[in-house]
Design a protein around this ligand. Structure first.
Ligand code: DOR
Ligand code: ZN
Length: 350
């Protein structure tokens, strides 16, 4: 093949860690990882050590990202169920693309377990902007019911189990306003890989079985799953070592490997080249009403292999669960609004 031109990609699910956990990542290193991976628009999650649940905290993030990021960054607002009077601001802010609710335990302090609080949130978020949920299995049932009751646009993050694919397939059949995302790690790894990778393959939701994995690929191909989202969740190597109680920090980085894994999926005949653009650009753009970035594109050759980790990482965490694996189509040129920010595979913007 030869070089092709694709749009600047969109990842609606990243954890850039600033402020509060910049030993893992910050807006500069995280946005560099994005650009190296072909992304020019990323949306940051609110589970910082001080969660992004007020106007003040969000404004701080916006200001930091404007100073440091080398690509465009949007934000999801967070909720612990007790910040409902901040929703008006978030709904009106052009920097906010959705509301994130955590219904299962993970990194951060925003878990909502109380059903009344959860319902209040669905009732109060009176907006076309999606409610994003981390809701596994039983929790997914609950949020599907609430979003139906209040007629909200729901986006189910990182689905990982066969039963969840089926629930979403069914909800879509019934005409519910629901979309779903899957991560590259849930598509490419299973619980068997935890033996080999230990803490470096531990995240929330956890890796599933071979059957779960096949169900995810099927869901991508039949329109049940709409987008690929990386859930880029960098932690330092030290933080990923499993301690004597079997505990580690949850999450894996993904920005620098997602596109290469998707082109690998085209080489393996799992998806087509058009699907890559649909899952990483067209669908996320539509679901989150993201404005066109004018004169913005990526050039790469999807038939050219590269090995993960061979030329180092842009992410501050400096590792990947896919280290040593052959992927395809490393971005050779990235242009954002007419400005070249990556050339010959190297970031030239500072
Ligand atoms: O594994 C995960 N890590 N899952 C999440 O939901 C959060 C993320 C993080 O922020 O580290
Ligand atoms: Zn996440």
């Amino acid at each position: 093949m030869s070089r092709i031109k694709i749009p600047g990609l969109i990842d609606i699910h990243v954890h850039l860690r600033e402020p509060g956990a910049t030993q893992k990542e910050d807006f500069y290193t995280g946005s560099r990882a994005a650009v190296a991976g072909g992304f020019t628009f990323i949306i940051d999650m609110p589970n910082n050590p001080l969660p992004t649940i007020t106007q003040e905290r969000l404004e701080e993030k916006i200001s930091l990202s404007k100073q440091k990021a080398i690509c465009d960054v949007g934000f999801h607002f967070g909720t612990n169920g007790k910040n409902i009077d901040e929703f008006k601001y978030a709904i009106e802010s052009p920097n906010v693309f959705g509301l994130k609710i955590y219904c299962n335990h993970t990194t951060g302090e925003m878990l909502i377990e109380d059903e009344n609080l959860l319902e209040n949130v669905f009732s109060a978020w009176n907006s076309e902007k999606p409610i994003l949920v981390h809701a596994e299995d039983e929790q997914l049932k609950k949020v599907l019911a609430f979003s139906k009751k209040y007629n909200r646009q729901l986006h189910v993050c990182h689905i990982s189990q066969e039963s969840e694919v089926e629930m979403i397939r069914q909800a879509k059949k019934e005409g519910q306003k629901v979309t779903a995302g899957v991560t590259p790690h849930h598509l490419y790894l299973t619980n068997k890989d935890v033996k080999r990778l230990k803490g470096f393959a531990m995240m929330k939701p956890p890796l599933g079985t071979k059957d779960d994995q096949e169900a995810l690929w099927k869901g991508l191909n039949d329109g049940t799953i709409d987008i690929i989202e990386t859930d880029h969740a960098p932690h330092t190597k030290e933080e990923k070592i499993v301690d004597e109680n079997g505990k580690t920090a949850f999450g894996v980085p993904g920005l620098e490997t997602a596109l290469g894994l998707m082109y690998k999926a085209t080489v393996d005949r799992r998806i087509t080249n058009d699907d890559v653009i649909k899952f990483l650009y067209t669908n996320p753009k539509k679901i989150f009403s993201i404005k066109e970035q004018e004169d913005t594109y990526v050039e790469l050759d999807p038939s050219v292999p590269f090995i993960v980790g061979e030329n180092g990482y842009e992410s501050k965490c400096g590792w990947s669960p896919f280290e040593g694996i052959t992927l395809y189509g490393k971005p050779q040129k990235v242009v954002l609004r007419g400005e070249i920010i990556l050339e010959n595979g190297v970031i030239i913007k500072s």
